[in-house]
Design a protein around this ligand. Structure first.
Ligand code: KG4
Ligand code: ZN
Length: 356
């Protein structure tokens, strides 16, 4: 069974062909980072235009590299939620046109859920029940899964996604966009001191399984640029800023390492809490699944590896290529849905929010 996957939810135009749910025949990703870099974040209109330009060559390349022809495809899977509406519509229109002209089934896939299928690509099936953590530029969400498409949401960020916090922190330090990989690289430098600054780790009250990263982002801003002081002189409008130490390469490294330590600590704290809460249920989880761009982070991988082994769980993280947005995860999860008869008709809509 050959599935074409199409992904255009944010700033990657991607297409892939998988053979069933797990075997990747081709995966083509066209990233738009250079187009958005000067704005320090993704500009939706620029993203949609770039998708419109790249979608057909990307689909063509994926089919060619798979050694397949259009007629060989058994279904077209497309990430139709969540994402930027203009971006989603480009991939969705391409997928609908192909499904209609080829007379093949259309499968609408949730992008966030697909991130949790990514560790199964070119690898063994995932054992369920599992605790799933999606950590990306747009999402920080934790689920209990009893199957690839059976998810119960346990918690999510109440403000910024963790990847967004990494990107903003990197922008404050002048490291370019997207800055997660740059922070990760600096934090791994042998001279980086991850305890140089005591950044806050959000807890959000005793049993909370939600996340918060906006306080950490503000703490980085103050540590790098100075802390505003409460106005002391009546009638004087200007906010005084207590100056921060100079941003030397040494300090930038220490800020990056300390930021990464606090951000990842917040994740492992909530994963630990979730595992404790789930241990009281009848059917205990066997696997910890992590997906999304931030699952490429070295510290995320090592801390969650330790946590998983402490709890006797298998840790499933995607290979690096399938951490960030890609269409192989869409095709793979699409194949699972196709096997279950979960296809869509041409009225399938682009939806900005996730299903759960
Ligand atoms: O999954 P993804 O490609 O897009 C969304 O669905 O949002 O994730 C992109 C995010 C960006 O915020 C990027 O900075 C972050 O993943 N990222 C990392 C690393 N590699 C990518 N963050 C921290 N450390 C990394 N090594
Ligand atoms: Zn994503």
């Amino acid at each position: 069974m050959l599935i074409l996957g199409i992904e255009s939810s944010c700033d990657e135009t991607a297409a892939a062909v998988t053979e069933g749910p797990r075997r990747v025949r081709s995966s083509v990703v066209h990233a738009q980072h250079d187009l958005h870099a000067e704005y320090g974040g993704v500009v939706p209109e620029i993203a949609s235009r770039a998708h419109a330009e790249k979608i057909l060559p990307t689909v063509r390349a994926a089919i060619d590299r798979a050694g397949a022809a259009l007629d060989d495809l058994d279904a077209i899977a497309v990430g139709h939620r969540p994402g930027l509406i203009g971006s989603l519509l480009v991939g969705l229109s391409a997928a609908k046109s192909l499904a209609w002209t080829l007379g093949k089934p259309l499968v609408g896939v949730d992008h966030v859920h697909a991130h949790l299928h990514a560790p199964a690509l070119n690898d063994a099936p995932i054992e369920f029940p599992a605790l799933g953590l999606v950590v990306s530029g747009g999402h920080t969400t934790m689920y209990r899964l009893t199957g690839p498409t059976q998810l119960e949401r346990l918690g999510a960020t109440i403000d910024d996604a963790i990847g967004e916090a990494f990107d903003k922190a990197a922008a404050i330090l002048g490291l370019g966009h997207p800055g997660g990989p740059a922070i990760d690289a600096l934090a791994q430098h042998p001279d980086a001191d991850d305890r140089a600054l005591d950044f806050p780790v959000s807890r959000l009250g005793p049993g909370s399984l939600d996340f918060s990263f906006s306080g950490l982002k503000t703490a980085m801003l103050y540590a790098a640029k100075g802390r505003p002081q409460p106005r002391k002189i009546p009638g004087k409008p200007e906010v005084r800023v207590e100056p921060a130490p100079e941003l030397t390469p040494d300090r930038i490294r220490n800020l990056a390492a300390s930021f990464q330590r606090a951000a990842v600590r917040a994740l492992s704290l909530k994963v630990g809490r979730a595992l404790e809460a789930l241990s009281e249920r009848d059917d205990p989880v066997r696997t910890l699944i992590v997906g999304g761009g931030v699952s490429a982070n070295s510290r995320v991988r090592s801390e969650l590896e330790s946590l998983a082994s402490e709890h006797g769980l298998a840790l499933r993280v995607p290979p690096m290529d399938y951490c960030v947005d890609n269409a192989a995860m869409i095709a793979g999860l699409g194949a699972v849905m196709l096997e279950r008869g979960e296809t869509s008709d041409l009225s399938l809509e682009a939806v900005p929010t996730t299903a759960c």
